[in-house]
Write a protein that binds this ligand. Structure first.
Ligand SMILES: [Fe+2]
Length: 286
């Protein structure tokens, strides 16, 4: 397909990689919203151009990643305040291509009910499958979706976890294709690890997931942190690629909601309000 015409999708910021992906004299190509991009290293920055038109696109580096836009975002990139804390470690966990809508990836990230069955003995245990009630809301002041007071028993909550723990979660959908998770830190009960998924939607049904963790963990090796997240995400990819339809349906009739799906319902409602079309299954649109 060619570049989307959906203005809601165009007017937003997207991750297209890490600054270190682009070396001097070796341009790289990326796909975003159906458009080909060229990334080139300049004297002190990275230049991103839309290949078809040669148009230079806005670029910024934030949260250890490179961001660009094909449109005109109406607000600045969302803030992640924890990036001001110097003792945290950022571990980008690689770019993984998934044959599914980026919106499906966000929805899966929000879903606690799959932990015991997909991430068995890591993020959930088969004998403790219950999702306890939690709170979920669309925060109008920041235009984000938040789920709070989420609790789940986890046998191995993080790379540095030593035994099981009751994890407290806060989920934050900061933009339609970017989602964060604040989670009990196994090594410091007063703080929260930040885990995120920055999604680069290549096509409506093909996405590149840039997962990262930003943790308070003085113990684990970088390799151990990355390996833990990659193990978890590859389990998710298998589920995501087998989900049908690949695009996200918004109709309440399309998939049966359960109590555990409250965050999914709020996310879909929020997307519908925005009028986003890219990545959405429109066959049943009312
Ligand atoms: Fe998962």
């Amino acid at each position: 397909m060619s570049r989307t015409t959906d203005p809601v999708a165009l007017d937003d910021w997207y991750v297209v990689g890490l600054p270190g992906d682009v070396q001097a004299g070796r341009p790289v190509t990326r796909r975003l919203l159906g458009a080909d991009l060229t990334l080139e290293r300049t004297a002190d920055d990275v230049r991103v151009t839309e290949a078809a038109s040669g148009r230079a696109l806005p670029v910024q580096t934030a949260y250890g990643h490179l961001w660009t836009t094909l449109g005109a975002p109406k607000r600045p990139l969302f803030a992640i305040e924890e990036f001001a804390e110097a003792d945290r470690r950022l571990a980008p966990c690689g770019a993984v291509r998934v044959r599914a809508s980026g919106l499906r990836l966000v929805e899966n990230f929000l879903d606690m009910a799959h932990f015991p069955f997909v991430h068995t003995d890591i993020l959930g245990a088969e004998d403790k499958p219950a999702v306890e009630p939690y709170d979920c809301e669309i925060r109008r002041d920041v235009d984000e979706v938040w789920a709070t007071n989420c609790r789940f028993w986890q046998p191995q909550a993080a790379a540095h976890a030593d035994g099981g723990q009751m994890s407290d979660y806060i989920y934050r959908v900061a933009s339609p294709f970017n989602v964060l998770l604040y989670k009990t830190c196994p090594s410091d009960a007063g703080r929260q690890d930040v885990i995120g998924l920055f999604i680069q939607p290549e096509e409506e049904d093909v996405s590149v997931a840039h997962a990262f963790v930003h943790v308070v963990d003085a113990v684990s090796s970088h390799t151990a942190i990355v390996h833990f997240q990659q193990t978890v995400f590859l389990q998710d990819r298998f589920i995501l690629e087998n989900q049908r339809p690949r695009l996200l349906p918004l109709s309440p009739r399309a998939e049966t909601p359960t109590r555990a799906d409250m965050s999914s319902i709020a996310y879909r409602r929020w997307l519908k309000e925005k009028g986003l079309r890219f990545g959405i299954d429109r066959r049943d649109a009312a």
